[in-house]
Structure formats: C-alpha cells, structure tokens
Design a protein around this ligand. Structure first.
Ligand code: SF4
Length: 340
C-alpha cells in the first residue's frame, strides 16, 4: 500500500515534494488541496503540473476515505464506521445539538487500558491510528463543513497515541491546515501523566480527564491506569499548570449505581478539586454486556449534580444521544464484528 498524504504536516508535505524533485511551493499547494478543498484524488489537484500529479500518484495515495456504514438515530446523532486494520472498524459519532455540531473521533483501534465499564476496552488493542486516519473521520463525513467542535473521545486512549494525536491537532489548528480554533477541540484522557504534560505543552486544545470516582481505591477497580498513574499525581500536575483564561480542563464522571453516587463522593470530589477552575460532566452509564455496573435513576443523578453545584463546582449532565443506534463508544464496531 502506498503512503497516505492526508494527515501530513506542511513540513512533511514540503519535504516529500523536494524529494520527488517538485518545486518548493508544491507542499503548500498540497496542503490547500488536502485541507481546504473538497478533493479526494490527485487528478483533481488542477494547479499541480501533470508531471507532479503523475509522480504523486505513483508514490502516494491521498488517504481520504469515505465511511463504509452509517447509522442514524431518531435524535439526529449519526454513527459512522470507517474500515481500519485487518477487518476491524473504528467509530465516529456526529452529534448535532442546535448550533453546536460535534464530531467525536477515535484515536486507536481498540484500546489497551481495560476500563471495566468500556466496550472498546473489552475489544483489546489492535493498533494506533495515524494522524490521517484520525483526521479522515472529520473530513470524510458529509457534515464536515458544519462541524463546530471536535472531541477526541471515541475509541482508544488518545494520549496512548500521543505523537499522531499531536500531529492531527497541528493539522486541525494551523492556518495551512483546517485552521480551527484549539478552543473548539477537546482531548480526553484517563490520566497518563507524562503524556498529559506533553499534550499540555505542545497543544492548546482543551483537556478532559476521566475521573469516575475521587477515591483511589475505588478508581483502581474501574481503571487499571490508576495503579501506574494515580489520580493524585494527575491532579497535582493539573493544579500546577497554568491553563490561562481560554483553555479549559473538565472532568468526566460516569455515574454507577451504589458505587460512586453517594454524598461522600460529592464531598471528596469537592476536596480534591479545590483550586482547579473546572467543570464536571456527569455521564449516564449505558450498560454493556458482561458488567455488573448499572446506572442510578434520574433522581439520584440530578441530586448528585445539585450537590456538586452547591459545593461551588460547575456541573452538567451530558445528554444521552443516539441510544437507539448503539452510540456508546465501541458498541457498534463490536456488533459489526459479531455480524461478520
Ligand atoms: S474508557 Fe477509554 S481508555 Fe478506558 S478502555 Fe475505554 S477507550 Fe480505553
């Protein structure tokens, strides 16, 4: 298979143009075609010489690929499937909500992290996505021109694929790339401390940390990462990081019935998050096969939110979207595999 151009930085496009003996401005022309225009083949890149197009075609593929399947929810959410390694699939969710149109991209095929509540984790790890494969999930859905927000919250742990994720962020936010504001982009992590610091240093996108319980012992049961990168270290780094006025840190908190939904959890959350200007996003749990975890009822969820707000923590409950199309991360691709 020939190497893909989509997802490469301007510098990489310049370097490969020079290597092919093409004029130095070809790199910038390629970036224009790949990231600003609606073309998917070299033939369509009409300001390149015929020789340049032939050379590029001989050595590269554009790497712009359409999804192979889409499921549409009654609430307008769509779940796209893109083919990935060895007959596996990755999922991309498109979530329209008034003026806000969000795309949720995957960063890996499967995941190594083994979180107890996660269908992708149950698939195991098959491989990292390249920057181009990450960006293609944004660029190749029909709604891409209307996207206002991008979240790295699909399959995989983005910071376990740090270099490709950072590269994709560079393409998204550079003026030669998609020129999106980093304030429109959120990268989620379960808290891999060294990679998180790299990300904070080398990007301006928002950070979302999966918290799920303030108690370290409990968190260990949910998320094996806790044993290697304890929450208190993650929070220590966040507390000492200067996020400035524009950059946001938020905490994701999936509520599990009789596990992490008590008043003592509220109190401890308030204690450990003291000094961090942040928001907590409460997430309803949608049960997956083979897990004892359940979601609390709506009353409990709302009461939990109110108690956090009373403690002075900005808290929202994330709307459940696309339940009728298995929109929870990892479910659809697992089903697709089972159907094969
Ligand atoms: S929750 Fe995220 S990090 Fe944990 S197993 Fe699932 S995809 Fe991986």
């Amino acid at each position: 298979m020939r190497e893909h151009l989509f997802g490469k930085t301007l510098k990489e496009l310049n370097d490969l143009s020079v290597k092919l003996g093409l004029p130095s401005f070809t790199g910038r022309q390629l970036a224009e075609w790949l990231y600003k225009k609606e073309v998917s083949s070299f033939e369509e890149m009409t300001n390149l010489s015929l020789k340049a197009r032939a050379l590029l075609k001989e050595n590269y593929e554009t790497g712009i690929m359409s999804p192979t399947d889409v499921q549409v929810s009654v609430d307008g959410t769509k779940k796209y499937l893109f083919p990935a390694l060895e007959g596996k699939f990755i999922e991309t969710a498109y979530i329209p909500d008034g003026k806000r149109h969000t795309v949720c991209v995957s960063s890996q095929v499967g995941c190594k992290m083994g979180c107890l509540f996660c269908m992708t984790g149950k698939q195991g790890f098959q491989g990292d996505l390249s920057s181009g494969e990450i960006l293609n999930q944004y660029r190749s859905i029909p709604e891409w021109r209307s996207i206002t927000n991008l979240v790295y919250m699909g399959m995989g742990e983005p910071l376990d694929n740090l270099e490709e994720v950072l590269k994709s962020l560079e393409v998204l936010t550079s003026d030669w790339g998609f020129a999106l504001s980093p304030r429109r982009i959120t990268v989620s992590t379960i808290g891999i401390t060294p990679a998180m610091l790299e990300f904070l240093n080398r990007s301006n996108a928002h950070l979302a940390v999966s918290l799920h319980t303030p108690f370290e012992e409990e968190r260990r049961k949910l998320m094996p990462v806790q044993q290697v990168y304890p929450l208190k270290e993650v929070l220590k780094e966040i507390k000492s990081w200067d996020f400035g006025r524009q950059r946001r840190v938020s905490f994701e908190y999936i509520l599990f019935k009789d596990f992490n939904d008590s008043a003592s959890h509220v109190n401890e959350l308030s204690r450990i998050l003291q000094g961090i200007r942040c928001r907590i996003n409460l997430i309803r749990f949608h049960p997956i096969p083979d897990t004892p975890l359940e979601s609390p009822d709506e009353l409990t969820i709302n009461a939990f939110k109110d108690k956090l707000i009373a403690k002075g923590i900005t808290t929202t409950i994330r709307a459940s979207r696309g339940q009728d199309i298995w929109a929870a991360c990892g479910l659809l691709s697992t089903k697709k595999l089972a159907d094969k």
